[in-house]
Design a protein around this ligand. Structure first.
Ligand SMILES: C[S@@+](CC[C@H](N)C(=O)[O-])C[C@H]1O[C@@H](n2cnc3c(N)ncnc32)[C@H](O)[C@@H]1O
Length: 226
């Protein structure tokens, strides 16, 4: 089911056009869309040329905004497929004039239309939709099709940081990632009762923590060949 578009959405998006790029690939088959490149000119779009980090499924951008403030030495591109929520995120970044945070409105399956191979240092997957039905498993952001995309985008030594409240999604992610040759570090089955030093809360995370639910976290990487 499609969400109804917010009122004045197009005007609001146009007002923050310097902060958010709207992919034109929506409603096209991603397999053909990614063959025709429309690469983002990141070195001009961000104010400084510096390491690129991605957040995929950024929602209203609470994590992205805080991360960009804490890490002015990184450029963060926050990706989200829903225009209804990315507009709020881009408005916050524009109001705060954050030089190292930009947004891309597109589904993760289209990322290779806009980003070059081996350009990303780290991918954050925060509270991705769990898609509990088996028939929707390929939509989970740690399904094999997405892992292949991430592998091509990540630089050698790059990694994926995932947080979720959903144990089934967490187990699924570990299974898929290890089947894909990835190794793990920084795994926690209860992040908020662990000694992890500087967690940046997301919008969904604050809701789950208020309900007393454990938060699962991992870092996954490709071991370097010797
Ligand atoms: C449960 S919300 C979590 C939002 C935010 N990360 C947080 O933790 O508060 C998941 C978000 O992922 C987005 N999403 C789901 N599938 C996606 C995809 N294939 N590509 C990009 N975004 C996606 C949804 O639109 C939604 O905004």
């Amino acid at each position: 089911m499609r969400m109804r578009r917010k009122k004045h959405l197009d005007e609001r998006l146009a007002a923050v056009a310097d902060w958010v790029y709207i992919s034109d690939s929506e409603d096209r088959d991603f397999r053909s869309a990614v063959l025709q490149k429309d690469y983002l000119d990141l070195n001009h779009w961000f104010e400084k040329e510096q390491p690129l980090y991605l957040e995929i499924g950024c929602g209203k951008g609470r994590f992205a905004v805080e991360y960009a403030k804490k890490h002015p030495e990184h450029n963060l591109l926050a990706v989200e497929k829903s225009a209804n929520v990315i507009v709020d995120a881009a408005e916050t970044a524009a109001a705060e004039k954050l030089p190292n945070l930009r947004f891309l409105k597109c589904g993760a399956e289209y990322l290779e239309r806009h980003l070059r191979e081996k350009t990303v240092e780290r991918i954050f997957l925060n509270f991705s939709c769990p898609f509990p039905k088996k028939s929707y498993a390929s939509h989970r952001l740690t399904a094999p099709g997405f892992l292949q995309i991430y592998k091509r985008l990540l630089k050698d030594g790059g990694d994926i940081h995932q947080k979720t409240d959903n144990r089934q999604l967490f187990e699924f992610s570990i299974e898929q990632m290890s089947g894909f040759g990835m190794a793990f570090r920084g795994v926690s089955l209860d992040l908020h009762h662990s000694d992890f030093p500087e967690n940046i809360m997301t919008e969904y995370e604050s809701r789950f923590v208020a309900l007393g639910q454990p938060i699962y976290r991992l870092e996954a990487y490709f071991p370097q060949q010797k």
